[in-house]
Ligand binder design. Structure first.
Ligand SMILES: [Zn+2]
Length: 270
């Protein structure tokens, strides 16, 4: 079967279409025939290589996948061939204290598909049962594949770490990105007031369409000035960071007293 792999780090020319063996499911796995995958910033980091981080190569890229169950392992009783499913990107041991308390992302064996082990950019992918989620009727493969990594990341940041509360004000940096679009929707579901930051009118319109209450165009206004203007100089309760160097000082200036800044990366640099 075909897969997208990198054998060495570098530019997009390092992505090759490789013929690799079809996977056979272990007892607690199902094989999914992939209909849609995603491109996350993580794919760029994995392809390009990350400082002080050694990744196993060659690696199949891709963290998200949606498709149809093609084969079911012998221990699985609640999935059938033909089921429409999503593959969740995080795997863990399932036995340690962190896993059993619901903090599987803190497991010492936690891995993300397409970063620490082979990912989803392949015709067939074997995944453990606890990484497979049945899709509701009406949810497209494209929507499903675009959602999992960014939504679990944004949920972890806003709900688990920042513990966002109703009526709090949340500043979402990089609002047009994957995690940014997820953060807007999660914050609104928690009845927070969202101020979205992006660099063009088109991106800000998209943020509003997703539920943002206010927007700041960083191309025409310093972000922290916009926050002061929109919050009566008070600052926001939660800053949703992931851009790093380009926004970090504005994030600090934008948080109110006792405010929380949560981050998951630094796409513009450390
Ligand atoms: Zn564990």
């Amino acid at each position: 079967m075909k897969s997208l792999r990198v054998h060495e780090h570098g530019g997009t020319e390092k992505i090759v279409i490789d013929e690799i063996p079809e996977p056979a499911p272990k007892a607690n796995e199902a094989v999914v025939k992939i209909a849609a995958t995603s491109v996350n910033h993580l794919d760029i980091w994995v392809r390009g290589g990350m400082r002080n981080i050694s990744l196993p190569l060659p690696m199949v890229l891709g963290s998200d996948g949606a498709g149809i169950v093609a084969e079911v392992g012998s221990d699985i009783t609640d999935l059938r061939v033909g089921d429409r499913v999503l593959i969740s990107p995080g795997t863990s041991c399932g036995r340690c204290e962190e896993c059993l308390s619901g903090h599987d992302n803190l497991c010492r064996e936690y891995k993300i598909l397409g970063e620490h082990c082979d990912g989803t950019d392949a015709e067939l992918v074997a995944a453990r049962r606890d990484n497979i989620v049945k899709l509701p009727d009406g949810m497209s493969f494209n929507d499903a594949a675009a959602s999992s990594l960014v939504f679990i990341t944004a949920y972890q940041m806003l709900v688990e770490k920042a513990k966002v509360q109703p009526l709090e004000e949340v500043l979402v940096m990089g609002a047009s990105s994957g995690v940014g679009t997820a953060a807007i929707q999660i914050a609104k579901l928690h009845n927070a007031r969202v101020i979205a930051v992006a660099g063009s009118p088109e991106k800000l319109e998209k943020a509003k369409a997703l539920g943002a209450d206010e927007v700041i165009n960083y191309s025409t206004e310093k972000i922290s000035d916009g926050v002061r203007r929109l919050t009566g100089k008070r600052g926001v309760d939660v800053v949703f960071e992931h851009t790093g160097q380009a926004t970090w000082s504005d994030s600090i200036l934008s948080a109110n007293r006792g405010g929380r800044i949560v981050t998951c990366g630094a796409t513009t640099g450390p």
